[in-house]
Every structure is written in C-alpha cells, then in structure tokens.
Ligand binder design. Sequence first.
Ligand code: AMP
Ligand code: GLY
Length: 427
Amino acid sequence: MNILVLGSGGREHALSQKLVESQQCDQLFVAPGNAGTSQIAKNLSLDISNFEEVATTIKEKNISMLVVGPEQPLVDGITDYFDKKEGFEHLMVIGPSQRGAELEGSKERAKVFMKAHDIPTAKYESFTAETIDEGFAFLEQLNAPYVLKADGLAAGKGVLILNDLEEAKQELKAMLTEHKFGEASNTVVIEEFLDGIELSVFVLTDGKNYLTLPNAKDYKRIGEGDTGLNTGGMGAVSPVPFADQAFMDKVDNSIIKPTIDGLSKENIDYKGFVFIGLMKVGENPFVVEYNVRMGDPETEVVMPRIQSDLVELLTLTAQQKLNEATLEITADAAATVMVVSGGYPESYEKGKQIMGLQNVDSSKTTVFHAGTKLVEEKILSSGGRVIAFTSLDKDYKTAIKTSYEGIKKICFEDMYFRTDIGFDLEK
Ligand code: AMP
Ligand code: GLY
C-alpha cells in the first residue's frame, strides 16, 4: 500500500523508517518531511493544515494509510474530516478523532476525563477571568510550588511552576486577563505539585484494544543536569530503568486500562497513539498529561526497539482488530541524543551546513533528522532541534556512549547538545 506521513520532525523520520521497512509498504510519502525523510521516502510540499490539499494528494498518490505525526491537525479534526468525506471510506487514518484529541488540546478536558474514570492525577481546579478571585483563593490553599497550566495548546510553553505565592497570583492574572498565552490561557488549570520522577508511556489503541509500546524518559531542559529552559526534548532513553515490572503493572491497571475503557465508555473514536506523561511519586504513577500522538524525541528510541511490522500494527489499529496483534520488542536499550542549533529554545540561526554525516557508522547509530532541509545537495539546519543520534545496545549506558561517538563525526556552526543524557538513571 502507499502511505502518507504528516509532519517534519525526528518523530516523523523515525516513524517513516519503521514504515518503509515493512514489506507491505509500497510507496512512502512524507509531507512536508525533511532532508532525512527525503532519503527514504518522497517528500511532498503540502500545507498539512489545509485538509482539502491533503485530500487531493491522497487521491492523486493512491494513499491507503495516513499517519498523522503532530497534534495540531488532530486537534483541528483531520480524522473526522476524512471520516465524513465521500470517496475516502477506505482510507486508514492513524490518529484520534477531534473528541479524542481534546485530551491533549484541553488540559481541563483531560482532567475531567481522569476524574470521571478514576485515573490518578494531581488534584486541580480550573478558572477563567470571571472566577479569578476563586483562583487566588485556591492558590492560597495550596503549598508551593504552584503549577499553572494554560488550558489550550501553547507549543509546550503553557505550564508555569512557581515557588512564590505572589508570583503565582501575578502569573494567573497575566494568563487569564492579559492573554499571556493568547486564547490558550482563557482557562487555567491550577494543580497540586507532584514531587517525583517523570517518564513517558506509549500506547497504540484502536479505541477498544491496546498494545503498550516501549516506555521512555525524555530530557526536556536545555542545560546539563536538567537546568535552564524547557525544550521539545534534548534526548531520551528506553526502557526506563526505574520503571520495573511491578511499577508498569500499576501503570497498566490504574492508568492504561481505565484510559482505554474511558475512551470506549465515552464513545470516543480513537485509533492511534496515546502518549501518557507520568510522574512516579514514591512507587505510584500519576498522570501529568495526555498527548494524542507520539513524543519527540521519544519516538526515536521507541520505534527502533519495536521489532514487529509497524504497517501491520497500524492496519490492525484502523480495523479495530488490535487484539489480533503481537508486539515484539527488543530487550536492547535505546538512547538518543538531540543536536540543536545554538541559542535554541530561544532565538537561533538556521541554514547552517551540516558536515560529516557520511562518517557516522550507520551499523551502530541511526541518524534521525529533525530540523534539516536539502538545498542543492547540501544538508542545512532548518529548526531548533536539528538531528537525533540513536543507538541500541545491551544496556543504556553503552547506547548513550555510542550516540556520543556518532555526534563527534559531525559539525555545524554553533551546534549544541547535552553531554549528560541519562545522568539521573544510576541506581
Ligand atoms: P505538561 O505540559 O502538562 O506535561 O507539563 C509540562 C511539564 O511540567 C511536565 O513535563 C512536568 O515536568 C511539569 N509538571 C506538570 N504538571 C506538574 C505537576 N502537577 N507537578 C509537578 N510537575 C508538573
Ligand atoms: N518530548 C515531549 C513531547 O513530544 O511532547
């Protein structure tokens, strides 16, 4: 079959790599893609927020499966669009309906869902400009640190964690009355701070059945030792050493099962990935957030550990027959290190030529492109996060070391990466 992947990051390159490896994949298209995806698939320059344009391409290229990488088209209803559109009855769309995507599109909606289905999460209340005084009063009842979340999508920037009560009140005011995060902060969720260690769990579901994919830990901060500004993710490791079987059984029973049952009870059409951000507090898991897509850079460690045929798994997902699937995962650990543009996540320059990629030993390290483009045979940086170096080995420490060996082979002006991915995993 012909397959179209939407998106342009490392996540999409890693998904594409797994899709092209399948015997069932004839032609793979990626829109808009990057220099990495152009080496394994055909990039299409498409405006993926324009569903009509996507539909025309799907007809033209005889596409049978559409894999939606990022959240925005899902929150905007791309799955419902193709569900209702005449002539697209046989198109398999991997990604939830708009109602399903609300789990990421609205923090408040996610909290209501968790409460309704008894899924452990931090205690919360939500507020609007009309109820700001109640918001101040709620903050006064909590202990520091204070967690304020813009309800809507805010490009990963909508969560503030503050140590000072007065500052928390000021920020609440800025979010609700001064549109600090635009419309996304018209509603603000205030929640209890969870003191623990984070990890991500990934699930593939058809809305009734599910498979738990490899878990991962992401390193979100720009600086060594988890300091400085939040980024999209500077590296990741899978599996997570501190998520042992007993803990994962708790995750399955208290979080994954009730989440999938909740989707089914609420009649939410959900055929795609669920990314559950968790906090391990003591020995117990709490949900920090739902995302309705795979993570980036987590996909760059999750996909290489999956040995089953991804096209087969996604076909069974679309057919709601995931109960018939088997999932094989390698016992090897995977690590990825993200190389970024100097200055990221604040302002940075693009268009830097990336040298030395041909010297990376591809039998040891897979290079996933995140923000690159091909211009006249040259590979140039085109985003903040530029390239991820993924390695697999019997243990995560060796895998990390191999990824750093790979990074030594390349260079571009002002490149930066964290040298301590995995630093907190020592027992
Ligand atoms: P979110 O977008 O909801 O995942 O929040 C972004 C980041 O803020 C998370 O990855 C956590 O590191 C942190 N965070 C969010 N909610 C809490 C909470 N209730 N307690 C502690 N940290 C939190
Ligand atoms: N790495 C975090 C995310 O994809 O949202």
